[in-house]
Design a protein around this ligand. Structure first.
Ligand code: M6R
Length: 368
């Protein structure tokens, strides 16, 4: 069942190229993007003036990535809310709000309650889900499935990538319906999306380096993760993976926050992963992150840098460079998280822990 891998988590990580290809399959037909499972009328989507993503855990980190894409492509404000926080305050939601509920299982009670709460205020809800026929997509007004296959390990990996890819499709569909992007722009973006599975495979094929790093670091007691733009939720996700399966204190930060507090944590030998954006995209973003690497290194951090192939600016400040293939700044989120998944999985395995069934956690949290 584990296909020769030591754990379901390892298997699911290594399935990600195929699962993302499946998520993207058959969506662009005759130059038009189609979402088969979408049953909210396009006129409603045209009138939407705000999107609220509700989700928990890894699904919320996926939502945080997607905010950057949808705001960029569609010029609609996107708020990302932890479902349990959304539910128990007084959110401003109405019939012009589109709520995007992201849930691998479709059974997370906090997310389900947020969906019901939003619908009571008149909002339309689209579920981004992996489990057909589960409660959240059944109760939502429309559903978009991931097609990544069953996820067994408690720690979510392939569903995270699938959630981001599915939300990218939703964002592009909205941009098409609302006229924010020209058809040829959408086709170009789709072409770049379709190139991702091969790039994901390249990252997976190079997993030896990160596996060795994780084995060497199995006695680490604290690991920090820094990123900007989509690298920020990637940092959060890398930290969550390490906490939940390796029981190591881990924190993800927006790199710009460093000097507002977290830099005080840096001492000699502190491992810090830094997710570096493409130098070809928004160069200010890139140079800001390079400065952040310098700042932590100057204070003794051990810098573990995830950077695009060909980005030599990182070399003077990196103790270790983990390479990912070049892609759009927005799409890098589907590549840079993979070494972090592998790192957590391998480190927990090296510690002799049960990677698939971490203590105190359930795959699907069906209580509030
Ligand atoms: O099934 P869901 O996507 O709604 O689950 C949400 C979270 O409980 C889930 O992502 C959790 O954070 C994972 N264990 C993280 O790996």
């Amino acid at each position: 069942q584990k296909g020769g891998y030591p754990s379901f988590m390892a298997k699911e990580i290594h399935e990600q190229a195929g699962s993302i290809a499946d998520t993207l399959l058959g969506r662009l037909v005759d130059g038009k993007l189609h979402l088969d499972e979408k049953s909210i009328d396009d006129s409603v989507l045209r009138s939407v003036d705000k999107i609220v993503v509700v989700a928990c855990g890894t699904a919320a980190n996926a939502g945080a990535v997607v905010k950057y894409a949808i705001e960029h492509w569609c010029r609609i404000p996107v708020e990302v809310e932890l479902a349990h926080e959304f539910r128990y305050r007084d959110p401003v939601v109405n019939e012009k709000t589109l709520v995007v509920a992201i849930s691998q299982s479709g059974e997370t009670m906090d997310t389900l309650m947020a969906v019901r709460h939003a619908q009571e205020q008149g909002a339309k809800v689209i579920a981004i889900c992996n489990t057909r026929g589960s409660t959240i997509p059944r109760e939502a007004d429309a559903a978009l499935y991931l097609y990544v296959g069953p996820e067994i390990a408690v720690a979510s990996t392939k569903a995270y990538l699938g959630q981001i890819a599915a939300c990218y499709l939703l964002g592009l569909y909205l941009a098409q319906v609302r006229g924010n992007l020209f058809p040829d722009e959408i086709a170009q973006i789709m072409e770049d999306l379709h190139a991702l599975p091969e790039k994901i495979q390249q990252v997976l094929d190079a997993s030896d380096q990160v596996e060795k790093l994780a084995q060497d670091m199995k006695d680490a007691t604290s690991v920090l993760f820094l990123g900007r733009h989509v690298g920020y939720p990637t940092a959060m996700e890398g930290a969550l993976k390490l906490k939940e399966i390796a029981y190591i204190h881990a924190e993800g930060f927006a790199a710009g926050e460093l000097k507002h507090g977290p830099i005080a944590l840096i001492e000699e030998g502190q491992p810090v992963f830094v997710i570096v954006p493409s130098p070809r995209g928004r160069d200010v973003l890139h140079s800001k992150v390079i400065s952040n690497i310098q700042e932590v290194r100057a204070r003794g951090a051990r810098t573990l840098v995830i950077a695009e192939e060909g980005d030599d600016d990182v070399l003077p400040y990196a103790d270790e460079v983990i390479r990912v293939p070049q892609t759009r700044t927005l799409f890098a989120a589907l590549l840079t998280v993979i070494p972090l998944q592998i790192f957590a999985c391998e480190l927990a395995t090296a510690k002799g822990l049960d990677v698939d069934q971490p203590r105190n956690l359930a795959k699907s949290v069906t209580v509030e």
